[in-house]
Ligand binder design. Structure first.
Ligand SMILES: Cc1ncc(COP(=O)(O)O)c(C=O)c1O
Length: 464
């Protein structure tokens, strides 16, 4: 495959690749960031990311899966392990106390970032653990036979399977808010979906598969009106726009650090302060209770109740560093910046034969960060393999969001997802490679390059 790769690279069309190699990234727009926050232009942010500078040819378009990490985050973690590492919470010596203080500072930064209070921030491993936490604690305690749990068809499996399992166990019912054919959320039957039987609304703020942003205000208000609690999955929203927990008016909220420049293994579960006394701990262990002489235990009246054992404090401090970095970014401008990429991608793909784009295109052009598409006659995996040979990393599959795949009738899509260090040049380059792929597929036999396979359509019955 290597000679072929080199041959393809030599095409003059790919002069841009050479430009990228020299590290000269053309500016996307003339926009400069808000002076008080940063003087950086977005296209200059790439140099803050060691992996991206060490791989100047890499076009990283898999940010919805996980983002790259800035040097500040990497340095913060390295420094802890090299200079200030000790377990927290139990030690009374200086090193331990300082590490504990840094952990609590990370909690404060995280709380501030989403306009919550530190007492409402529980560190977990990620959005998945946060949702499982609530299903196994509040859900186990609350949900009974005949109750209803309302989701949308957009949900990631992380916000579907815990509720499906709980509903099966408790003989409760899952109900789904549908989407229109363009992937926008359909609110026309909200009154019949969210009824007085609903105990919980668990919904995403932004779809990882097709990019829809459900209009949550109306849905949350309806859920609260019937007495249901509200959990919002912010895994795809917190990294891309300012989230105000108070304004959103939710009871539970989750997101993952690794999708917003932070290390893996750290995420956030927000539980509204007034609810915490009702919720049992997720795990039992060190640091979360007092064991009485009669073997009964008294839980601590703080987030410690929910953080048994050694917490992922190094990762949390790394998350604090990621938040420091993000605090230098004007989120309104970033949203516009990413939407420009979506617009260009959508308009470019629309011109090509055999391309289907999934999701609310007009919405994405205004405030999207990802685009999902397929090409007739080519499997997503083949498209991804081809792009990979040109240094473009994308994600394929149903993106762990099977319901929406079934509803819109695709088996797998190619998803390109952007973040602050991407450039319009990269989008142009990507479109050029896709154009070339389609042309080659039409005129020659790509069968010889790839072992193209016609995939069977996935059966969606079990999730319908
Ligand atoms: C919308 C959404 N929810 C939940 C998750 C799960 O996040 P994690 O794997 O970090 O727990 C993801 C990950 O892709 C996601 O996109």
């Amino acid at each position: 495959m290597k000679p072929l790769f080199l041959f393809l690279l030599s095409f003059s069309f790919f002069g841009l690749f050479a430009t990228q190699k020299s590290g000269e990234y053309a500016h996307v727009t003339q926009e400069t960031l808000h002076q008080e926050r940063t003087t950086k232009n977005f296209s200059e942010t790439r140099k803050d990311f060691p992996l991206l500078t060490s791989k100047p040819n890499l076009v990283y378009f898999d940010n919805a899966a996980s983002t790259q990490k800035p040097k500040e985050v990497i340095d913060t973690i390295t420094k802890i392990y090299e200079h200030s590492y000790a377990n927290i919470g139990r030690g009374t010596y200086q090193l331990s106390l300082e590490a504990g203080k840094a952990y609590e500072t990370a909690r404060e930064k995280t709380a501030h970032f989403i306009n919550a209070t530190p007492e409402e921030i529980i560190f977990v491993s990620g959005a998945t653990e946060g949702i499982n936490f609530i299903a196994s604690t509040w859900g186990e305690k609350t949900i009974q036979e005949g109750d209803e749990i309302v989701l949308s068809v957009l949900e990631h499996n992380a916000n579907l399977l815990p509720w499906l399992s709980l509903a099966q166990k408790k003989k409760a019912t899952l109900k789904f808010i549908p989407v229109n054919s363009d992937g926008t959320i359909d609110l026309s039957n909200l009154d019949s979906i969210i009824t007085s039987r609903a105990k919980l609304l668990a919904i995403t703020q932004s779809s990882n598969a097709i990019g829809t942003h459900p209009h949550l205000e109306k849905i949350i208000a309806k859920a609260h009106q019937v007495g249901a609690l509200v959990l919002v999955d912010g895994a795809q929203s917190v990294p891309y726009g300012k989230v105000d927990i108070k304004e959103l008016d939710v009871d539970f909220f989750v997101f993952s650090g690794h999708k917003m420049l932070a290390p893996t293994g750290i995420g956030v579960l927000y539980i509204k302060k007034g609810l915490q006394h009702y919720i049992p701990p997720y795990q039992l262990g060190g640091g979360m209770c007092v064991l009485n002489d009669d073997d009964s235990f008294t839980y601590k009246h703080s987030v410690s109740k929910f953080e048994a054992g050694t917490p992922p404090f190094v990762q949390a401090i790394g998350m604090g560093a990621a938040i420091d970095y993000l605090n230098t970014i004007d989120f309104d401008l970033m949203q516009k910046h990413l939407a420009t990429f979506c617009k260009k991608t959508i308009e470019g793909l629309e011109k090509l034969p055999g391309v289907t784009i999934y999701g609310p295109k007009e919405e994405l052009k205004k405030h999207g960060h990802l685009v999902s598409f397929s090409i007739e006659g080519l499997s997503s995996e083949d498209i991804s393999d081809y792009l990979d040979q040109y240094g473009i990393a994308v994600r394929t599959g149903s993106h762990c969001a099977h319901k929406i795949a079934c509803v819109l009738g695709y088996d797998s899509t190619v998803r390109v997802s952007f973040y602050l260090y991407n450039t319009l040049d990269e989008v142009d380059y990507f479109l050029g490679v896709i154009r070339k792929l389609i042309e080659e597929h039409k005129t020659s036999n790509l069968q010889s390059l790839f072992n193209l396979t016609e995939k069977n359509k996935r059966s969606c019955k079990q999730l319908n």
